[in-house]
Design a protein around this ligand. Structure first.
Ligand code: ARG
Length: 477
């Protein structure tokens, strides 16, 4: 009876999982064009309330129109933009990307749409007056940008590399770094808004912004170039640049506007929370299914010499997964293993956390079996029970009971571990908190809010799991 209910429950779970995957695949088939960007870069791409706007977004809209597609914007750290273009997770990288020789080996670049430079930005009271003074200072850059390359090549000072410019700007504002090397146009916009900063007028480099596409996507590149040349000719590009320059000086809104209404706040947090819960739910199911499967294979291989290889494979799986950081597993699954199948980062997150959790579940079950005294095995054998009956009627039910507390612990740590998904651009609860801090520059309130929500979730989950555990134990006594 109990087994019946359990298998019904499993069936429902598998059904939900299939529907979820099906939904995601159907969505992926609509005609869309995806722009990869790092929305921390006014006036090219930045958050205005909860929307990404900027010069690059306007250009992307024109390209989408030309392509008859719906524009989707995927926000990520700048360092991931080109990687996602290369593996095809996004169709075009538009993020104030400077064309360099090295990058051009990996992606194709469109014609230039903006002439740029790197500059140094300091605090007003700084003793750094010109670029040559930055040599031995604490220099902040955005990871993987031309500013980073320049300072690294020249072996300048102590470098601190930030994922997002907004974090680097906060660091400069709090004097954690002495100088920030960044794109000149962006630096000027920031300094216009924040009178604490001064941009040294000297250009450190001369650069040119272009749009990046995956190598070989000739048609797309041609249509992008067509749009750029039309926008240059009919003056639209200039108009857009000018309108963004004046809008960011008139203190209208945007990345550096610290006002964030409570409605937007709530929207970010609640959307993030739903994503976190979804990922936890599906990853837990995959984790339990895989863990039980792996543990069963191990048991089978122990009782049958011919199937020893299965045990070896299971060992390999649990050793690799438990011996490598989950974030690295996430990158491997998203950027390599799934790149030809699905570009959806949520699927990659669910698969990674599911596989990861499966290894731990398998080990918990093994520990549960090992905790059963040898006498029970011997008693079973002396009653001449078959291996199958001994395992399924005596050992496994007890093992499950012994394993329950650690399985509950596993579900709880999985919930907290979902926070790694922010690294591939999934806007979960943690990233939502981070995002709010990047708009308001106030880390305290959003991060405490997020921490409190995790705490409430963990405490409630612990409570529910304890109840279930007690019920199962009572039922089997
Ligand atoms: N132009 C620089 C580069 O290509 C930095 C661009 C940063 N863009 C951004 N959206 N954060 O390396």
């Amino acid at each position: 009876m109990k087994i019946n209910i359990f298998s019904k429950f499993l069936n429902y779970l598998y059904m939900y999982l299939l529907i979820f995957l099906f939904g995601v695949i159907c969505k992926a088939n609509e005609k869309t064009i995806i722009m990869g960007t790092s929305a921390d870069f006014p006036p090219f791409e930045y958050l205005q309330k909860s929307e990404i706007v900027g010069i690059d977004v306007e250009i992307a809209k024109e390209i989408a129109r030309e392509q008859n597609s719906e524009l989707k914007i995927k926000d990520m750290s700048f360092n991931s933009v080109l990687t996602e273009v290369i593996n095809g997770s996004v169709d075009m990288g538009i993020s104030g990307i400077t064309k360099t020789e090295e990058r051009a080996k990996k992606v194709d670049f469109s014609d230039n749409y903006f002439t740029a430079s790197q500059k140094a930005m300091v605090k007003n009271n700084s003793d750094i007056k010109s670029v040559k003074d930055i040599k031995d200072k604490k220099i902040g850059v955005q990871l993987g940008t031309t500013g980073d390359y320049y300072c690294t090549d020249k072996k300048l000072g102590n470098m601190v590399r930030y994922d997002k410019y907004t974090d680097a700007v906060s660091a400069l504002s709090n004097e954690i770094i002495d100088v920030l090397v960044l794109d000149g146009f962006t630096a000027d916009q920031i300094a216009k808004k924040n009178k604490d900063f001064y941009v040294i007028p000297e250009n450190i480099t001369e650069e040119s912004y272009c749009i990046a596409v995956q190598k070989g996507r000739k048609d797309l590149l041609e249509s992008i170039n067509k749009v750029i040349s039309e926008m240059k000719q009919n003056g639209k590009l200039n108009q857009i640049v000018e309108s963004y320059m004046s809008s960011s000086t008139s203190d209208s809104s945007g990345e550096f506007d610290s006002k964030f209404t409570s409605k937007e706040y709530f929207e970010y947090i609640s959307k993030g929370l739903i994503v976190t819960l979804k990922i936890t739910f599906f990853a837990t199911i995959i984790g339990i299914a895989l863990g039980v499967l792996a543990a069963s294979l191990r048991i089978i291989s122990n009782s049958n010499k011919k199937l020893k290889i299965l045990g070896v494979l299971v060992n390999f799986y649990t050793t690799v997964i438990r011996g490598t950081p989950v974030i690295v597993q996430l990158f491997i699954i998203y950027y390599i293993a799934l790149s030809g199948i699905s570009k959806n980062p949520i699927i990659a997150a669910v698969v990674t956390l599911g596989i990861n959790s499966g290894a731990y579940v398998c080990e918990h079950i093994r520990a549960g079996i090992q905790s059963i005294s040898k006498g029970q095995f011997e008693a079973g054998k002396s009653l001449s029970l078959s291996e199958k009956t001994l395992m399924s009627k005596i050992i496994i039910p007890q093992a499950i009971k012994n394993t329950l507390p650690s399985l509950a612990g596993e579900a709880i740590s999985l919930l907290k571990e979902t926070a790694v998904v922010g690294f591939i651009g999934v806007m979960d609860l943690s990233l939502a908190g981070k995002k709010i801090t990047s708009v308001t520059f106030d880390p305290v309130f959003p991060l405490f809010t997020v921490a409190s929500i995790y705490l409430v979730l963990v405490v409630s989950l612990t409570f529910i799991l304890n109840k279930i555990e007690r019920k199962i134990k009572n039922a089997s006594n």
